[in-house]
Ligand binder design. Structure first.
Ligand SMILES: NC(=O)c1ccc[n+]([C@@H]2O[C@H](COP(=O)([O-])OP(=O)(O)OC[C@H]3O[C@@H](n4cnc5c(N)ncnc54)[C@H](OP(=O)(O)O)[C@@H]3O)[C@@H](O)[C@H]2O)c1
Length: 292
């Protein structure tokens, strides 16, 4: 039975991937940073192996990767993301891992692209040159960002603040990224080796359409407010400059319509059409309502 390690297992995609890998006849090992979050994951999946990973401590990578056949490499949005990605790939090579599925980002191969994409491309290149069979997943913006970053203003003000103008984006539900990764990780043979897949949701949406879907699901009014770039910069005041500048660049690209492309890759690989924004909003409607 193949052993699969998922890094970032308690994050947005990782949590869904652990669920998607259940009952596939594989040994699943969750690489977790926080053992408390890891324990919560194991309560849902008692058969799960848990292993602590701290990217800055190579010994934890050595332990986590021992006996691993396939790896799903998910790294956080951090200043040292490139270094971390390369370090894990090198450790996987030493451990004899036979296939790496890498969570990258849409447009990573664009020239000259944006900074977020260039960071991902550097890790992709390292993987391509490692000699380890690999598959690269390049999803667009996650629908779950609305839960993680916009739920507070949606709950308390009925407002979705973003600097995207009328730009449309083909938002993808993280469950579809996870399901695609699970199919690839559990596939026998080399069909997906050497491939890079752009993953999107079923359609490109403006934020007024996203607000309408959330409003419909919650039964409460939600309005999109297009904020100027400078206001968005100030709102990210606590964030380090590398992060806010990279995000503003992504927003600019989305506003200009460059994140609106739609692919059929999720359905082609999984056999299931990707979730719509309405399905996402219904599934998460409790997250968009203020608790009374
Ligand atoms: N959000 C988007 O719209 C989007 C779109 C395309 C691509 N992406 C890419 O997706 C990736 C992020 O995926 P995600 O959103 O699923 O992740 P996430 O929710 O941000 O979770 C990150 C995971 O990494 C763990 N982690 C953080 N620091 C660590 C460390 N020092 N050592 C070990 N583990 C550590 C976290 O654990 P703790 O919580 O316990 O620290 C968490 O499980 C990024 O590469 C991003 O560029 C995101």
């Amino acid at each position: 039975m193949a052993t699969i390690l998922v890094t970032g297992a308690t994050g947005t995609v990782g949590t869904e991937l652990i669920s998607a890998l259940a009952n596939r006849g594989l040994t699943v090992r969750a690489g977790v940073h926080s053992l408390i979050k890891g324990d919560r994951l194991r309560q849902m999946h008692p058969e799960l192996q848990l292993v602590e990973i701290e990217y800055s401590k190579p010994q934890t990578l050595h332990v986590a990767l021992t006996g691993v056949d396939r790896l799903c490499l998910i790294t956080p949005f951090s200043e040292d993301q490139v270094e971390i990605g390369k370090r894990v790939i090198d450790a996987a090579k030493l451990a004899g891992v036979q296939h790496i599925v890498r969570l990258s980002a849409a447009g990573a191969d664009a020239e000259p692209g944006i900074q977020l994409g260039r960071w991902h491309r550097e890790v992709e290149r390292h993987l391509e040159q490692s000699g380890i069979p690999y598959t690269i997943l390049r999803p667009g913006s996650f629908m779950q960002n609305f839960v993680n970053y916009n739920a507070e203003s949606i709950c308390h003000e009925g407002k979705l603040y973003m600097p995207l103008g009328n730009g449309k984006v083909s938002y993808i539900d993280a469950r579809d990224i996870a399901l695609t990764a699970a199919h690839i990780l559990s596939a026998e043979g080399s069909t997906h080796h050497g491939q890079a897949y752009e993953l999107t949701g079923p359609q490109a949406l403006g934020l007024d359409e996203v607000a309408a879907a959330i409003s419909q699901a919650t039964g409460q009014p939600v309005t999109y407010v297009d904020v100027p770039e400078e206001t968005a910069r100030q709102a990210m005041g606590q964030a380090p400059a590398w992060m806010s500048e990279a995000m503003l660049e992504l927003y600019g690209l989305s506003k200009a319509g460059y994140a609106a492309g739609v692919t059929n890759t999720v359905e082609a690989i999984t056999g299931c059409p990707p979730h719509t924004i309405e399905q996402f909003a219904h599934h998460n409607c409790h997250r968009f309502k203020a608790s009374s």
